[in-house]
Ligand binder design. Structure first.
Ligand code: SAH
Ligand code: SF4
Length: 376
């Protein structure tokens, strides 16, 4: 019986300048019949000046600029809508990709910095039951160009004063949709695009970039060898394997002990402290005895704990911890000398937690947000 090949319907995102290393950018430019030095000019426009409009590339003739833009700067993100809260200092953008897939990014302005939370995958295959993104499963990996384009858009928005007085985008966190270490190559190319000094990248320091992971040990080990000391955040959520096997299913592959050992090695190699993310879920993982176990585990480690009040997903039976339980949890950790912070709930009213805007879009078209713009 002949087998019938079904061609995949999924088309790869078009190639973008930011998918490529600086060396390959020069090659791609020559393949389009332009001198290699144009790659630096383009990099300066894109990463340095946040400008992807060929008409504004004044050091390149309009014919060449148009050809280069067509060949290397396809539109990767189309804004579906923006919603703001916290008095205009938090903005969530919902983006449509070339194949109609939706992802989101969140921009937060503080007095002294501006932080962008980016997505590395559409959906996520890790299946954490408290997470909106996890519930939808993995749709696909994003390309480096698609992840980098979120940074480009936010850099431009900050510079144009869309979030108050113009300010530089200073911090990036991989805490949007997806597990960044499960899309390793695209994430690594993006990290280089973010941290390389201009013109090759946006020139944001590696210490201002935080990669949050569910604990893919092989990925943490690989990241350690890259020589780009980004800050690591480990989504632990409980110190005991029994519960973690349920809350973070990848724990059945890499146990708490192995994840912490990998994070310790990372800290030693890079000289960077790491953080432990802990979603506080009422009467699930917020018991004083768990705080005690966590305190004992972390007291001699280069880690601090970031407690995140659970943002319940639609239909979830779980909710955030009681204030008194949260307070006790903090006290127990502090009694071990473990630094602990409770994450501010920025973006809460616009479903700021992981993947919730895109998830809401899928579940219901009912518009409960304040819509700022609608394009595309
Ligand atoms: N996949 C990566 C990064 C994206 S999630 C990771 O899991 O680390 C970013 C953070 O948001 C993680 O710590 C995640 O556990 C947390 N998170 C996910 N859903 C949440 C929810 N409903 N309430 C509070 N925190 C949540
Ligand atoms: Fe994926 Fe992170 Fe959500 Fe878990 S918490 S499902 S790893 S995005």
């Amino acid at each position: 019986m002949p087998t019938i090949e079904i061609s995949p319907l999924v088309k790869k995102p078009p190639r973008h300048f930011s998918d490529l290393s600086p060396e390959n950018r020069a090659i791609a430019v020559t393949e389009l019949g332009e001198p290699a030095f144009r790659a630096k000019q383009l990099a300066n426009h894109y990463f340095g000046r946040h400008n992807e409009t060929p008409e504004a590339w004044s050091d390149i003739s309009i014919d060449s600029a148009t050809k280069l833009a067509t060949g290397l700067f396809p539109t990767l993100l189309t804004k579906v809508r923006s919603v703001t809260c916290d008095g205009g200092t938090t903005r969530k953008d919902l983006w449509k990709l070339h194949d109609g897939v939706l992802v989101e990014s969140v921009l937060m302005r503080y007095p002294d910095r501006a932080t962008l939370c980016i997505s590395s995958q559409a959906g996520c295959g890790m299946g954490c039951p408290f997470c909106a993104t996890g519930q939808a499963g993995l749709t696909r990996n994003l390309s480096a160009g698609e992840i980098t384009a979120q940074v480009f858009a936010a850099s431009r928005a900050m510079e144009l004063g869309e979030m108050g007085a113009p300010m530089r985008l200073s911090n990036i966190v991989f805490m949007g949709m997806g597990e960044p270490l499960a899309n390793y190559n695209a994430v690594m190319r993006t990290i280089r695009n973010i941290t390389a000094p201009t013109p090759d990248g946006f020139g944001i320091s590696a210490r201002s970039v935080t990669l949050s992971t569910v604990g893919l040990v092989s990925g943490i080990e690989k990241l350690m060898e890259e020589g780009v000391p980004v800050t690591l955040a480990i989504s632990l959520h409980t110190p005991d394997d029994e519960l973690r096997d349920t809350l973070v299913p990848i724990n059945t592959r890499w146990k708490v002990r192995e994840v912490l050992a990998a994070a310790d090695n990372y800290a030693t190699q890079t000289g960077r402290r790491y953080s432990i993310e802990y979603a506080m879920i009422r009467e699930i993982n917020d018991h004083a005895w768990r705080a005690d176990l966590l305190g004992r585990m972390l007291k001699s480690r280069a880690a601090h704990v970031n407690l995140i009040p659970l943002n319940p997903t639609p239909g979830s039976k779980w909710t955030a911890s009681k204030p008194e339980d949260e307070k006790k949890f903090v006290e127990v950790l502090e009694s071990y000398g473990v630094p602990v912070t409770v994450r501010d709930t920025r973006g809460r009213e616009i479903d700021g937690a992981c993947g919730q805007l895109a998830a809401a879009e899928k579940v219901s078209k009912r518009n409960k947000f304040k819509v700022l713009s609608t394009e595309g």
